[in-house]
Design a binder for this molecule. Structure first.
Ligand code: 5RP
Length: 258
C-alpha cells in the first residue's frame, strides 16, 4: 500500500490480474480500516460501497468494532445494513458524521468526483457533505483526466414536472461541451419513446444523464449553473468533498489524500 499526496505511483513490477469486483472489495476493506469503534459512519451506495457495508457488519459481529452507527445513503443500503444488523440512524439525529465510505463513477486528479450512476446522488451528497472524513473507494478504471472524461453519464436529479424542459435546458447549458441529455429509464431509449418507464430515485425524482464529448471546464461554474436551473434538485459532481481516495489496481492499492 502506498500513501501519496499528488500523483499515482507504480506499486509492483508484476501485476496480479484481478476482477473489477475483487479490486472494489480490496479498496472497500482498506477504507474500513479507518473506521473506529463508536463512530458514526456514512454508508455509501453501489457495488463497491456494498463491500464496505459487508465488512463493517463482519467486524461488528466479530466484536472488532463496537457501537457503530450507520447512516445509509439510499434505501438499498438501508436494507442491506438492516439485514446485516448494523445499528442505523439518520442526519436528523446525527447531523455530523465521523466518516463516510462510498464509491464513485469518476475521480479526477484533484479528487473531484462524479457520483450517482446508481441514482443515489442526493442522499449521498447530503450525508457525505457533513462527514469529517469522506473516503472514496474505487478500482483504477474510475480515474479520469477530467470530470466527464470517461464518456459515461454525469447524472442530474430533477423533479418529474416538465422533465423534458429541464433536460433541454441542461443540454443547452453545456452545448459548448457537446452535451447530450438523456432521461434515465428502465427501458431502452426506443422503448421510452413508446412509453417506457423513467427511473425514479429514492426521493421520487427523475435522473437526466449528461454525456459530454469535450471538457466542461470550470467545474464550480458548471455546478453553480446547473443548480441555478429551477427543476434541478442536485447534480452528481462532488467537488472538493473527498478527503481520501483509495484506488485498487492490479499493482496494489494507492491512497490519495487531499
Ligand atoms: C451511486 C454511486 C456509486 O457510488 C457509484 O455509482 C459507483 O458505483 P459502483 O461502486 O457500483 O461502481 O454514486 O449513486
Amino acid at each position: 500500500v502506498t500513501s501519496e499526496k499528488p500523483a499515482m505511483e507504480v506499486l509492483s513490477p508484476s501485476p496480479v490480474v484481478m476482477t473489477q469486483d475483487e479490486l472494489k472489495r480490496i479498496a472497500a476493506y482498506k477504507a474500513v480500516e479507518m473506521v473506529e469503534s463508536g463512530m458514526v459512519v456514512g454508508l455509501g451506495t453501489g457495488s463497491t460501497a456494498k463491500h464496505a457495508v459487508d465488512r463493517i457488519a463482519e467486524l461488528l459481529h466479530k466484536g472488532k468494532l463496537k457501537k457503530i452507527i450507520g447512516i445509509p445513503t439510499s434505501t438499498k443500503t438501508h436494507e442491506q445494513a438492516l439485514s446485516l444488523g448494523i445499528p442505523l440512524s439518520d442526519l436528523d439525529s446525527h447531523p455530523v458524521l465521523d466518516i463516510a465510505i462510498d464509491g464513485a463513477d469518476e475521480v479526477d486528479p484533484n479528487l473531484n468526483l462524479v457520483k450517482g450512476r446508481g441514482g443515489s446522488l442526493l442522499r449521498e451528497k447530503m450525508v457525505e457533505g457533513v462527514c469529517k472524513k469522506f473516503v472514496v473507494i474505487v478500482d483504477e478504471s474510475k480515474l479520469v483526466k477530467y470530470i466527464g472524461g470517461s464518456g459515461l453519464a454525469m447524472p442530474v436529479e430533477i423533479v418529474p414536472f416538465c422533465w423534458k424542459f429541464t433536460a433541454k435546458r441542461l443540454q443547452e447549458l453545456f452545448e459548448y461541451a457537446g452535451c447530450v441529455a438523456k432521461l434515465r429509464t428502465f427501458a431502452s431509449a426506443n422503448e421510452m419513446e413508446n412509453g417506457g418507464l423513467p427511473s425514479v430515485t429514492d426521493n421520487g425524482n427523475y435522473v437526466v444523464d449528461l454525456y459530454f464529448t469535450r471538457d466542461i471546464g470550470d467545474l464550480k461554474a458548471a455546478s453553480d449553473a446547473i443548480l441555478r436551473l429551477a427543476g434541478v434538485v442536485e447534480h452528481g459532481m462532488f467537488l472538493d468533498m473527498a478527503t481520501t481516495v483509495i484506488v485498487a489496481g492490479d499493482r496494489g492499492v494507492t491512497i490519495k489524500n487531499k
